[in-house]
Design a protein around this ligand. Structure first.
Ligand code: ADP
Ligand code: ZN
Ligand code: MG
Length: 476
């Protein structure tokens, strides 16, 4: 039993899915040629003025509403001053003292039950550009395509107590952002990024320990591993009578360790001040009312609805609604066939296994939800055996072919028609008088033999359940 308690607070940067940047009309398109999407505003030329993108305000406020934040009717943009080559203005336009949202919360499920994580604030800001260092050219380049791309930063309270809770919180946040359709949630591509602040304290101590801030966490797995490593490191330090120093540490995914990037002494003094180029942002109540009315059904509500409407367990409903894509896939399949529990079972086993293996998303599956529904129906109606259904699923997932056509092409259709099978049953019994006599004399194990013979005669296409039923009647 460890004598220390872990304390974690997370800072999340979510890139917003707007078409244009936050303060100019340049495109936010990912994958453009370097410096293709750049203008005097986002390249920091003197004498130009920023114009706030209305969609960014809408998206930030919608996220605030979705997590029950207080929305500040007046918020203020501030300059965060620092020098770096990817920041041509010499400051990042952000929000500081008066952010757009404060005091929200996100509900998660932990090993100890449900838990509410406080969200201190959400503010709007611009992203920086990207430095590209080329060993080959012995040169460094700056790509400003990402400069001025809109972000929201979501800062949590230090409410999490272990890495699992931190990951659960991140997944819940990401899920809400994707449901709102304001962020694509892609961690590898950096549209959903996270810094983890981690400290430890002896159990029972009220004051927080000194924290380290972990950076470079670009998957949920890295978040988990980096926090676990960092907690061990800090406990070791404290146990050895040393002190944890406040610093920024980088996670090394290859080694699974963290190392110091910069200490407190090198920490920036950002000299925040209100941005004189942007007037304070004042919202109108009518906008808020409209944005609230436009909120979609969110993961929690959808989970509750799935449980009630489809008779699923709460755990299954939560699993099926965590990803918006998957929830929509499920509902489309149920819409095509019904049988929600059967569909849910196929999705939670075979489809989720496929998605976990490929790292893909439900929306990218080649097998359409309608085709999955067809496959489930073929099995449920006895047109094919459950085993055949499972056997052809990998091929269907790979090709997206029509299940009915594939079943025909492979000759997997089962014969379930009693009258058609009766002749085969009669024939097998007539051809095996000795076994029939033995059976009647009490050797009931021969049932299996007869079933086998009928399956052979029908080239495996007889529905075993129907065969068994027919035999039972004939052998009474
Ligand atoms: P900064 O911007 O300098 O990193 P903030 O005050 O905005 O500082 O805090 C950043 C994050 O650190 C917040 O999510 C907060 O909950 C978390 N945090 C603050 N103190 C601690 C601590 N002692 N241990 C763990 N997390 C902490
Ligand atoms: Zn621009
Ligand atoms: Mg920080």
């Amino acid at each position: 039993m460890t004598r220390y308690e872990t304390v974690i607070g997370l800072e999340v940067h979510a890139q917003l899915k707007t078409r244009s940047k936050i303060f100019c009309s340049c495109s936010t398109q990912f994958g453009a040629e370097p410096n293709e999407n750049v203008c005097p505003v986002c390249s920091g030329m003197p004498g130009v003025l920023p114009v706030l993108n209305r969609k960014v305000v809408e998206y930030a406020a919608k996220m605030g509403l979705a997590i029950d934040s207080h929305i500040n009717m007046k918020s203020v943009f501030a300059r965060k001053n620092y020098f770096y080559p990817d920041l041509p203005k010499g400051y990042q336009t952000s929000q500081f003292e008066l952010p757009i949202c404060e005091f929200g919360h996100v509900d998660i499920v932990t090993a100890k039950g449900p838990k509410r994580v406080g969200v201190t604030r959400i503010h709007m800001e611009e992203d920086a550009g990207k430095n590209i260092h080329s060993v080959q050219d012995n040169a460094s380049y700056v790509d400003l395509n990402r400069s001025c791309v809109p972000l929201i930063e979501i800062v949590s309270e230090p409410d999490m107590r272990n890495a699992e809770e931190a990951v659960a919180y991140l997944k819940a946040l990401r899920s809400i952002l994707v449901y709102l359709d304001i962020c694509d949630g892609n961690m590898e591509e950096g549209s959903f990024r996270c810094d983890a602040n981690v400290s430890v304290r002896p159990f029972g101590q009220e004051a927080f320990g000194t924290r380290a801030e972990l950076k470079n966490l670009n998957s949920f797995k890295h978040v988990q591993k980096a926090i676990d490593y960092e907690v061990e490191r800090q406990i070791d330090l404290v146990e050895d009578g040393e002190k944890v120093v406040q610093e920024t540490r980088l996670y090394d995914a290859a080694k699974g360790t963290t190392h110091s990037m910069r200490g407190k002494e090198e920490a920036h003094d950002y000299r925040y001040f209100p941005c004189p180029d942007l007037v304070p942002l004042v919202l109108e109540q009518a906008w808020l009312d409209q944005w609230r009315a436009e909120l979609p059904e969110l993961p929690k509500a959808r989970g509750q609805r799935f449980a009630a409407q489809y008779g699923l367990s709460v755990d299954d409903a939560v699993l099926l609604t965590a990803e918006r894509d998957l929830a929509e896939y499920f509902e489309a399949a149920v819409g095509a066939y019904g049988e929600p529990k059967k569909i849910a079972n196929w999705i939670m086993t075979d489809i989720l296994r496929e998605l976990n293996q490929t790292g893909g998303r439900a929306a990218d599956l080649k097998l359409s939800p309608q085709s999955l529904a067809t496959l489930v129906r073929l099995v449920e109606e006895g047109s094919i055996s459950a085993k055949s259904g499972k056997d052809i699923l990998p091929e269907l997932l790979a090709t997206g072919d029509d299940p009915e056509a594939l079943v025909k092409a492979k000759g997997l259709v089962q014969i379930s028609d009693t009258s058609a099978l009766e002749a085969d049953v009669d024939a097998v019994l007539a051809e095996n008088p000795k076994e029939l006599a033995d059976f009647r004399a009490g050797k009931t194990k021969l049932m299996g033999f007869f079933v086998g013979q009928i399956m052979r005669r029908t080239k495996g296409q007889a529905n075993p359940a129907v065969v068994n039923q027919l035999l039972a009647e004939k052998l009474k």
